[in-house]
Design a binder for this molecule. Structure first.
Ligand code: SAM
Length: 280
């Protein structure tokens, strides 16, 4: 059988959150490519896995890939792991997976823990449609710009945040999304001080400010999506509709505006009618 690259999810805290299959795969491969070999060594020890580890992280990924691809071509199967959770999800591995694929090597996912999905599954916000945003920019000006882009997004947003930035980020979210937007706060999932709460953004600021322990550890924020009418930028919508109505029917203009603003067709149609009547 030709060699395969297994992308193996590992725990996000609790070391027992490993699937039977993940353990079997890590035992069976020739080598485990890890983001941090010292971190993964603890996991391997806990599960009595003695497969050799090699470092494959953001800083050496490009050089290391060629060596690992050679090994795969020589028939050695490899498992890729990151420090926690699913590799490639705000973690290294993308270039390696792409290179393996380009060399015709079969890439096999071994699914398991992922902080984003664990948080979404427990905070009690809509999970039918969601957008994973990873980490927001660390510079405030860029973070505000990014939040502005997300302001009208109706899907639930999943955001990773570092503990030393959590307060500033949530305050920025209050200023862009509004104080009343619902938010799920998932901290230290599967660990001793696990905290899962749902409240408004304004309440979250108070919660984090009043208990400094909430500014420690690993955190996922799950932000409720925009409710169309409430967050609608009426001035911009009107401007667009008026321009579109110069060339299009009310139906076509409102259809296009609804798509662009991510709002219900009914809302755009009603507004287009009002605007045409105003003009009369
Ligand atoms: N690959 C990982 C995954 O599948 O979730 C994510 C790695 S990323 C470098 C680390 C971020 O994930 C943390 O800053 C935090 O936002 C989130 N995270 C990881 N473990 C977590 C946990 N146990 N509880 C809450 N958030 C966690």
């Amino acid at each position: 059988m030709s060699a395969q690259l297994f992308v193996v999810a590992t725990p996000i805290g609790h070391l027992d959150d490993m699937t039977f299959r993940a353990i079997e795969v890590l035992k069976s491969v020739s080598i485990i490519a890890a983001e941090d070999t010292r971190q993964s060594a603890q996991l391997l020890k806990h599960h009595n896995i003695s497969t050799p580890l090699t470092a494959c992280h953001d800083h050496n990924e490009s050089n290391k890939i060629d060596i690992l691809i050679e090994k795969l071509k020589n028939g050695d199967s490899i498992a890729l792991v990151s420090d926690a959770g699913t590799p490639l999800i705000s973690d290294p591995g993308f270039k390696f997976v792409r290179a393996a694929q380009e060399h015709g090597i079969r890439v096999i996912p071994v699914p398991g823990a992922c902080a984003a999905i664990a948080a979404l599954s427990a905070v009690g916000l809509p999970s039918d449609r969601f957008s994973f945003e990873g980490f927001l920019p660390s510079k405030q000006s860029q973070r505000l710009l990014q939040l502005e882009k997300l302001k009208h997004e109706t899907q639930t947003l999943i955001i990773y945040e570092a503990p030393h930035r959590i307060l500033d980020s949530v305050k920025d979210m209050v200023s862009v999304f509004g104080a009343d937007r619902p938010v799920g706060f998932a901290r230290e999932i599967t660990k001793t001080f696990e905290t899962i709460k749902k409240m408004t953004l304004a309440e979250l600021v108070i919660f984090i400010e009043s208990d400094r322990n909430q500014q420690k550890g690993e955190i996922v924020l799950v932000v409720g999506g925009a409710t169309e009418e409430k967050d609608l930028d009426q001035e911009k919508l009107d401007k667009l509709l008026l321009r579109l109505l110069e060339d299009l029917s009310v139906k076509a203009a409102s259809q296009m505006a609804a798509d662009l603003f991510n709002i219900k067709k009914k809302v755009a149609y009603q507004r287009a009618l009002e605007l045409t009547q105003k003009d009369d």
